[in-house]
Every structure is written in structure tokens, then in C-alpha cells.
Design a protein around this ligand. Sequence first.
Ligand code: SIN
Length: 475
Amino acid sequence: MQHITNQSLLSFMVPNEQQGIAVNNPATGDVLGFAPVSVEQDILGSIERASVAQKEWAALPSKSRSAVLLSWYQLILDNKEDLGRLMTLEQGKPLAEAQGEVLYGASFIQWFAEEAKRTYGETIPTPSGDKRLLTIKQPVGVACAITPWNFPIAMITRKAGPALAAGCSFIVKPSESTPLSAFAVAELAYQAGIPRDVLQVVLGSDARQVGRIFTSHPLIRKLSFTGSTQVGRVLMQQSANDIKRTSMELGGNAPFIVFDDADIDAAVVGAMASKFRNAGQTCVCANRFYVHSKVYDEFVSKFSAAVQQLKVGNGLDEGVSIGPVISAAAKQNIQSLIDGAIAQGAQPMSELRTLDGLFMQPVVLKNVTHDMDIIANEIFGPVAPVIKFSDDQQLIEMANDTIYGLASYFYSQNIHRVWKIAEALEYGMVGINEGMISNEVAPFGGVKQSGIGREGAKQGIDEYMNIKYLCFGGN
Ligand code: SIN
């Protein structure tokens, strides 16, 4: 494949459709290459090998696992340019953003390489004189993950990092739309010294079949999933049969609130960062804007002016800030939400041009009301609906009026209001005067139907460890 200097990253590729699945460039429609596909027997074999390999991996001193993970981290950094280009080619996001994701993804490996050495247990003050109580933490065993197309590397490393650091082996099924980045980043793990059976990437011809194998196989003790609430619910139901541990990072419907005491220019910067990252295709993207009536016109006109500066195009081209959306079905869904909102009275702030292929013109919609369909749905695209509000209590009710509870954002310079609103928002994460909240040191995750568990941070490794209580008697 042209554009990739280190061809060893692509050593996994297979020559044709008979042996693999075709991966397309969403910006051009071209076939980029073919990724290997496993049949059911192969996946069962992978799980068995992962189970054997896990015991040896867990027996290594944590310092040794940490050192190998740090080598992987360094190799990802060394290959940032190639990994970024590969990601832009198969996912569409602009090159600078793709390289940013490579660094973001690498940061989880570095963080959990460090955390590998800090999986402390506790001593517990005894309630009776003859016993001594303590806890140790141990890896859950074989962990598996199903990851999405919107962050083809970071959503893998955010799970693989803690799993491997904890002493688990790890099998990931990446999205069929973006498997090349997944196999390439795993290739670097092998070059760093992570055994091939300890970290495995598998693709099936049918995603649901892989999900069923992962959730029903007795050797798998943990499933981590990032994707839609609908699919997460099914995976949790399937995992219930043999009580597997699950972490779920699911859908969002993030409110972005601008109060009348906000710094409006800063709010516009935050809104741009939060809404248009990855062309609006992230679970934490601002989905609906609530702006106080006193600053509504100012915010909407400044926001729309900034949006009109965004350059849409092939992510490999200079200056492009919005790439294609992932598929024709996604484009149609976003378009129907825009059309529906306009039919219900919303007004686009700029000309709504229809673009070719999978490209979409970013747009701000004003005169939107809370009862429109576009507000109840996760848009996952470059459109920003803005609602006017004037009462804080009513605002909180609207902001919390959703089954989701992943990210939320608000801008205010009044410290009393900041505390009140931060506590009242029913979300796992709140950006306060900030539109970009994700990083490796903070606990990422949602409440309500946005999921369970936390990724990143000191909490992330606990998702892959069991607590064992030891009671020493006869003292
Ligand atoms: C996601 O959209 O699922 C992840 C976003 C992030 O890590 O910031």
C-alpha cells in the first residue's frame, strides 16, 4: 500500500477477498487491501491458546510486563506517521487528528505500563484478635474486546493496556471497517516482545458470530465493549449466562450548555472541539446545544462563522478538518435527522450543500426545540442543533432528559453555578469551560444506558483484576 513507509506494519495482509475482507477508503471508495478473517474453529483455537499463554504472562514479574508494554509504547510513537496515514486511509479522519489519536492511543499503553507495578492489595484491621485479613489482586484470565471504527487504535489500547498490565491475555475483534490499524498496532506489540498468543486480533465474517463466541466461551472471563447501547445490551444479556464480567462504553447524547455569564469566545472554541472532532463521530461529541437567551444570538453567529471555516475533504489533503462520515447508511441517517429538524422549524445558519460520496457539509441549526427528534437521537455527524433556554432548573431537566449519561459540557464563570450544575448533571463526565475531556489519566465512562465500568485512570486496571480476600486464622 502506498503512503506506508514501514511495510512490516502490513505483514498481516492477505492477497484477496477469498482469504480476507476488503477494506475501503471512505474518502474515495477505493479498496485499500484485505484483512485476514478467522472462521469459528480458528477463533476457538485462539481462545485456547490465549488461556495457556495467560498463565505464563501473569507469572512474569509486573516490572517485566511493564517493560514490554513500554517498548510497545515507544514503537507506536516511532511509527506515528505511518499509523496515522493508515488510519486516515481506512477511517477518513484528517491526518493531524489521526496522528493525534495514535498519541492518545499510545498514552494508554504508557499509563498502564506504569500502573502494572501498582496493583496494590490492602491489609484490613481485624474485628477479632485471632485473625489477620488482607486482599490481593489477580488477573481475571482471558479478556476479550469488541472495538469500534471511530477510534481504530485508541479504543483498542485503552482496553489492551490495562488487560496486559494486569496479567490477562487479550483478544480483540476490531470493526470490520477499520481492521488495518488494529492489526498494524498489534504487529508493533509483537515486535516489542508481547507473545502472539497473549495479544490477538481476530476478525470474523460475521460480527454477531464473534460476539456469540466471546460471550459464551467458558475460558473468556471478561468482555469489554465500545459501541452502541443496542449492541451492548445484547452482549450483556449473552454474557449473563456464565456471569462474565463486562465493561460497556456505549452511546451518548451530550448536552453542551452556555450560560449568560460564560466567556462566549471560549465557549465557541470548546464547542468546535467537542462537536466536530472526527466529523462529529464520537460518543462524547456535543450532541445538542442549550444557550441562554441573553447570549443566544451572539453564540450562534460566532459558532456558525467558525463552522463555515471548516474545510471538508480527503483527510490526507492539506488543511482538511472534516473527513467523510463512515458509511452511506450513516450519511443517510444524519441527513434524515437534519431534514426532520428543518421540517419541524429549525433553521440552518449556512447554505446546506449536498456533497458527493460520504462527505457532509457541517452546519449549525438554530431555532431548535427540545422536543425535536434530532435532540433525542445520537447524531454522530457534523451538525449542531442549538436550543434557547432562560431558566436554570428547566435547563437541567432538559439536559438530563435522556436515557444516556456519558459526557456533558457547560460554560459559566460563576463558581456557585458551576458547582450546582456540575452536581446536577446526570453524566459520568462533565467538561466545565472545556470541550476536550479525554485523556489517559482520567476515568472515562458513563452512567444510565451509556454503560458500566471506567477506562483509563487508576480505575481502568481494576476492570481486569479480581480482588481475593485472604483470612489468616490462628494468630
Ligand atoms: C468514543 O467516542 O467512544 C471515545 C471518545 C474518546 O475517547 O474521547
